[in-house]
Design a protein. Structure first.
Length: 200
């Protein structure tokens, strides 16, 4: 009886051992199948496809166009700002020049009032002379100076000949005999040519 039970126990152990081996084989096969199969979707993804040459050029062109538009906008703003600053400077300079000229105008007005009742001509002449000197000094402060002409050689860069007059002396030929309208320069530029009579 004991031998029969031992035999059945041994057969049962062999069956169980065989099932364990089959289970192990199936697990290994499944592991190998998973390892050698397609990768899972959530493990690896394909990289984005590279841009074609045409698409790359389109992107580059769009970037360059954007940079060009920004540059043009900056230049337009610079041009407008420079023009506005130039106009402001010109306006300020004009206001200052006119403001400094007003005292001379005041002196002329006073002289005109004195002419109505003045009996001393010499005093009136002296007053007008003082006003003239004051005005000339103002012009000099603004860089304006008269052009020397009478007795000088005729120079078309500074003189405008309005007539020719026969010279009584050979040395006066080609020289300015008389100045009908004085010329002026502002800094190194001719503001107005002197109108002169030239000997011939």
């Amino acid at each position: 009886m004991a031998n029969k039970d031992d035999k059945e126990k041994q057969e049962l152990e062999e069956q169980l051992s065989g099932q364990d081996a089959n289970v192990s084989d199936n697990v290994e096969e499944e592991t190998i199948e998973v390892t050698e199969g397609e990768p899972a979707d959530d493990v690896a993804t394909d990289p984005e496809p590279a841009l074609t040459e045409e698409e790359r050029l389109r992107v580059e062109l769009a970037d360059q166009k954007k940079a060009y538009l920004l540059l043009m906008a900056d230049f337009d703003n610079y041009r407008k700002r420079t023009l506005r600053e130039k106009q402001d400077m010109l306006k300020t300079a004009t206001e200052r020049a006119m403001g400094e000229l007003l005292p001379v105008v005041d002196d002329v007005e006073r002289a005109l009032q004195m002419m109505q009742t003045a009996t001393d001509v010499d005093a009136l002449r002296e007053g007008v002379s003082l006003i003239y000197d004051k005005f000339v000094k103002y012009l000099a402060s603004q860089g304006v100076k008269p052009i020397e002409s009478t007795g000088e050689d005729f120079d078309p860069d500074f003189h405008e000949a309005i007539t020719m007059f026969p010279a009584t002396d050979e040395s006066r030929r080609g020289k300015v005999i008389d100045t009908t309208t004085r010329g002026y320069m502002i800094h190194d530029k001719v503001l107005r040519h002197a109108k002169v009579v030239v000997g011939q």
